[in-house]
Design a protein around this ligand. Structure first.
Ligand code: KG4
Ligand code: ZN
Length: 345
């Protein structure tokens, strides 16, 4: 089954063709990052406009690289939630146009489910159930993946997402947007115990996280030094920050694995590209005899191959949408109302 995936939830316009949820035939990503960099973050209206300009070329290229025509595709999967609403609408409406002309099924895909599915593309042996830590620019969740289309959130952030905290800390240190990757590089050269930073807990919620206190602590640390005319070594600050993030995330993930009886641990989302986090979770898994999976770096960030992969599994259980499919800015991955967005054509 060949699925054409389309992704436009944030600042990447992407299209891909994937066979049976596992084999990538093509994957094209047009990143807008250089444009948003000027503003220090994603400007939603600019993102929507760029998606409009890029989507036809990106989809054309994905089909061409796969050596397939639209008629040879079995279904069209598109990210419909969550994300920037104006950005999502471009992909959703473009997918509907393709469905109108081709008569193929329309498969709505939740962006976070897509991030998790990126792992299926790299690890043919990986099958649910497993426990997944999804860490991206907009989300931080510990998710019980019971089946390909059955999810339950066990832990969540109460404020900032991990990627958001990375990007804010990076900005304070003068790194360009999005700063996670620069922080990662700097952290490798620094001392992780140079600065004492908080590891906040959420009372009564052992698997939940809070990153805003950590973020504020880094901002205060850097600004206080600046006020005294000092400049702190960025590598040491980045390394101490990365250590704190790993100390917040990995123990909760391991605790949840033990409590819920999971021996397969999976990372997903943009922050799963972080070398420190990957190494830490891999080590903690090895100590407990758990199997560890993470997407290749090329599939950690937003792409459409992950949407086509998840689209395959949604399609196999009949999750298709009608032409009244709408985009939704905010929608939990395990929301019970999610199934009401899937209706047969
Ligand atoms: O999943 P993603 O591409 O977009 C969302 O769905 O949000 O995640 C983007 C986030 C950004 O905050 C970016 O700084 C972060 O992932 N990121 C990283 C690394 N690479 C990307 N954070 C830490 N270390 C990295 N190597
Ligand atoms: Zn994403």
């Amino acid at each position: 089954m060949k699925i054409l995936g389309i992704e436009s939830s944030c600042d990447e316009t992407a299209a891909a063709v994937v066979t049976d949820g596992r084999t990538v035939l093509s994957s094209v990503v047009a990143s807008q990052v250089e444009e948003h960099k000027k503003y220090g973050g994603v400007v939603p209206e600019i993102a929507s406009r760029r998606h409009c300009e890029d989507i036809v070329g990106v989809v054309d290229e994905a089909l061409e690289q796969a050596g397939l025509s639209l008629e040879e595709i079995n279904a069209i999967a598109v990210t419909f939630a969550p994300g920037l609403i104006g950005a999502l609408l471009v992909g959703v409406n473009f997918a509907k146009g393709l469905v109108m002309v081709s008569g193929k099924p329309l498969v709505p895909v939740h962006h976070i489910r897509g991030h998790i599915a990126a792992n299926y593309l790299a690890h043919p042996e990986l099958e649910p159930p497993f426990l997944c830590l999804v860490v991206s620019g907009g989300h931080s969740h510990i998710i019980e993946v019971r089946d390909y289309t059955d999810f339950r959130v066990i832990g969540r952030t109460h404020d900032d997402a991990a990627g958001e905290a990375y990007d804010k800390a990076a900005r304070t240190l003068g790194f360009p947007y999005p700063g996670g990757v620069y922080m990662d590089k700097a952290a490798k050269e620094g001392n992780p115990s140079a600065f004492k930073l908080p590891r906040p807990q959420v009372d009564g919620c052992p698997y939940d996280f809070s990153f805003s206190g950590l973020k504020t602590a880094v901002i205060n640390l850097v600004h206080n030094a600046e006020q005294k005319g000092m400049s702190l070594p960025a590598n040491d600050v980045a390394s101490s920050f990365q250590q704190a993030v790993c100390d917040i995330l990995s123990p909760r993930l391991m605790m949840a694995a033990e409590e819920y009886g999971f021996k397969k641990i999976v990372l997903a989302g943009g922050v799963s590209a972080n070398s420190g986090l990957r190494a830490r979770v891999e080590k903690d898994c090895a100590e407990r005899g758990y199997r560890f999976f993470a997407p290749p770096l090329s599939l950690c960030g937003d792409n459409a191959a992950m949407i086509a992969a998840q689209g395959y599994y949604e399609l196999t259980v009949g999750h298709t949408a009608g032409m009244d499919l709408n985009a939704i800015a905010s929608l939990p991955v395990d929301d019970p109302i999610l199934s009401s967005f899937f209706k047969s054509q």
